[in-house]
Design a protein around this ligand. Structure first.
Ligand code: GRF
Length: 214
């Protein structure tokens, strides 16, 4: 069965592109049915259109409350019969209502090895702390920010003279490999949320659960 997926973005959408490309492969268990942005100027919107994907803009500035904004998003997701949501650089904090409505069906990619370095400016903070291993994580979304059960992680070394930009670029390469693998795992049911844990039907370190630097 091919799952209908929405990718939620706020910016350039490079992870969105990696998901669109992966899902276009024959036999992939998900299709990107919608790209939704809260920002009308998000660069990813043009990239999605160029790939022939339906797009929607729900501008948070046009909605008086967070709840109102999320109701509008939810209505569009419903119209498109969306089953799973991938947050990909979506820069709005979601209410408990929305998160709980999509519990077990909404995932996010975060540029650190969670539970380390939740929040923003992860690469800068990694360099400040002198950490030598960094990475990215795909996790189910729960109400607490960047705190959900982990589906897949990839690690990269921090190397001498790294800057925020060089580190971000090294991790982005891994993000683009990791996110499609995690989407595959939730779409074919090989990773699913049970309570507060992820259950892996093929074992926690099956293909995609752990990537080493390439
Ligand atoms: C990525 O680094 C992702 O980990 C974080 O936001 C960034 C989005 O980049 N959540 P892009 O829009 O996918 O290029």
């Amino acid at each position: 069965m091919t799952r209908r997926v929405a990718v939620l973005i706020s910016g350039r959408g490079s992870n969105m592109v990696s998901l669109i490309e992966a899902a276009a492969a024959p036999g992939f268990p998900a299709e990107i049915a919608l790209v939704l942005s809260n920002r009308p100027d998000a660069g990813g919107l043009e990239r999605a259109k160029a790939a022939g994907i339906a797009t929607a803009i729900i501008d948070h500035k046009e909605h008086p409350t967070r709840e109102d904004f999320e109701q509008a998003m939810d209505a569009v997701l419903e119209q498109h019969n969306i089953e799973f949501i991938c947050l990909a650089g979506f820069m709005r904090v979601l209410t408990d209502w929305f998160v709980e409505r999509w519990a077990g069906r909404m995932i996010n990619i975060h540029p650190s090895l969670l539970p380390l370095f939740r929040g923003v400016h992860t690469h800068r903070r990694v360099l400040e702390e002198g950490v030598l291993i960094h990475g990215c994580t795909v996790h189910f979304v729960v109400p607490e920010l960047d705190a959900g059960p982990i589906i897949a992680q990839a690690a990269v070394p921090v190397i001498p003279n790294d800057t925020e930009e060089s580190l971000a670029a090294r991790i982005l390469v891994q993000e683009h490999l990791l996110y499609p693998q995690a989407l595959r795992m939730i779409s074919d049911g090989s990773a699913r949320l049970e309570g507060s844990r992820v259950v892996f039907s093929k074992g926690w370190n099956s293909e995609g659960a752990l990537r080493s630097p390439s």
